[in-house]
Design a binder for this molecule. Structure first.
Ligand code: NAD
Ligand code: NA
Length: 396
């Protein structure tokens, strides 16, 4: 079977196993090229198959030789259908980890459920005893609450007023106005239930009670702040309320882990093209302008560069972890530089369907989007039969 990208809206229905493998191999090479990081050797990554979570897992394994357990929710290949990219990414990661003599096991299931938490705890107990670092990197539009059984759906809406601004359809390059009606209280509450800190806290409670957290264990979850142009729909919108909740939860978890000298942090990461971010209106236009400027300045980073720098220069830099006045780790420092943001504000006003190809990096956006699904990689023969390239990862 020859696999081609099949786009539907903000999603690609197919994924390429060889391309996903190339993506993982490129990330591993990058981490190795940066040298060893003095970081923990037993790491759990929740949301480990794509985006920042995958990059965190690769950084742990190939930057400091860590044993890793990865939890995610991905589709395996079926008759006439490719797997989702995260499944192929994990197959490739496990293959490379095995070659390097590194322990790597994965759990494919709903991280919000009690069952998957228990399965993970059992695996830690059996194989690693305890873990020293827990990365929490879930991005999901829906959560079935484990105690009530209620299905909560998150929404991406402004709060208070209708939000109107520019956006781009990154497939066509068409810049248009988008209007989003404000959320009601139920929307806000649901988004906080899905993307806030409750589930993170439940993971930490369950692991602590089971005795699988090592003394001095650390946990890190990921957040975003971003620029003024996206503020109404992002940081001051429904998802922003969830991020406020996530950030507040870090302090609660730290309190609960006092007796084992544990600590919880939130790291504010850079805006990047991932499956989660392409679905947010306005963000793709912002990202295409941001990429152009950051590439020109020589400060552009992808997920792997971000996570490598987070581990080496923030989490395990050999001294205190630097934070902002709200206790957050900032690895979005280059994105938020005054000169970068100043230029964005100016370009934002100038961007139209006609000008964007020139003033923004639409091509870079599209390339990154294709890459998410394993397409567009150099060194991959996309005309070759892809059937036999599917390896089964040791998914529990
Ligand atoms: P992503 O979509 O690439 O990754 C999401 C991960 O969560 C995948 O591994 C997926 O399998 C897993 N997942 C989703 N639902 C699950 C479930 N029910 N059970 C188990 N696993 C599940 O997203 P990402 O962009 O890497 O986002 C990770 C975190 O980083 C999020 O908190 C996001 O808000 C944050 N963040 C993203 C950006 C950005 O620009 N992309 C910037 C800053 C912070
Ligand atoms: Na992730």
């Amino acid at each position: 079977m020859i696999i081609e990208p099949r786009m539907r809206g903000f999603i690609c229905l197919t994924a390429h196993p060889k391309g996903c493998e190339q993506n993982v191999k490129n990330q591993i090479e990058y981490v190795k090229s940066k040298g060893e990081i003095n970081a923990p050797k037993r790491v759990l990554v929740i949301g480990a198959s794509t985006g920042f979570g995958l990059a965190s897992r690769i950084t742990s394994a190939f930057g400091s030789g860590a044993s890793t357990i990865g939890v995610f929710f991905e589709k395996e290949p079926a008759e006439g259908k490719t797997a989702s990219p995260g499944w192929y990414n994990t197959a490739a990661f496990e293959q490379e980890a095995k070659k390097a003599g590194l322990y790597a096991k994965s759990i494919n299931g709903d991280a919000f459920s009690n069952e998957v938490k228990q399965q993970t705890i059992d695996m830690i107990k059996a194989d690693l005893g305890q873990v020293d670092l827990i990365i929490y990197s879930l991005a999901s539009p829906v959560r079935v609450h484990p105690t009530t059984g209620v299905t909560h759906r998150s929404v991406l809406k402004p709060i208070g007023n209708t939000f109107t601004n520019k956006t781009v359809d990154f497939h066509t390059g068409n810049v248009s106005q988008v209007s989003i009606d404000p959320a009601n209280q139920e929307d806000i509450d649901n988004t906080v239930v899905v993307m806030g800190g409750e589930d993170w806290s439940m993971w930490m409670d369950a692991m602590k009670a089971a005795g699988v957290l090592a003394d001095g264990a650390m946990t890190v979850a990921y957040s975003y702040i971003g620029p003024e142009v996206t503020e109404a729909v992002y940081r001051k919108g429904t998802i922003g309320r969830a991020k406020d909740h996530l950030e507040a939860t870090a302090f609660e978890i730290t309190d609960k882990l006092k007796d084992i000298n544990g600590k919880a942090y939130v790291s504010v990461n850079k805006a990047l093209v991932t499956q989660a971010s392409s679905a947010i209106p306005v963000i793709p236009l912002y990202i295409s302008l941001l990429y152009k400027i950051m590439k020109e300045e020589g400060i552009h980073e992808g997920c792997i560069e971000q996570m490598q720098r987070l581990f080496e220069q923030r989490l395990y830099n050999g001294s205190a972890i630097p934070t902002d006045n709200k206790g957050r780790i900032r690895i979005d420092d280059w994105e938020m530089r005054e000169d970068v943001q100043g230029r964005i504000a100016k370009l934002w006003n100038e961007s139209t369907t006609e000008s964007l190809a020139e003033i923004g990096d639409l091509a870079g956006y599209k390339q990154d989007f294709l890459n998410l699904f394993g397409f567009g990689f150099e060194g991959v023969d996309y005309l070759a039969d892809a059937d036999e390239m599917v390896q089964v990862p040791s998914i529990a």
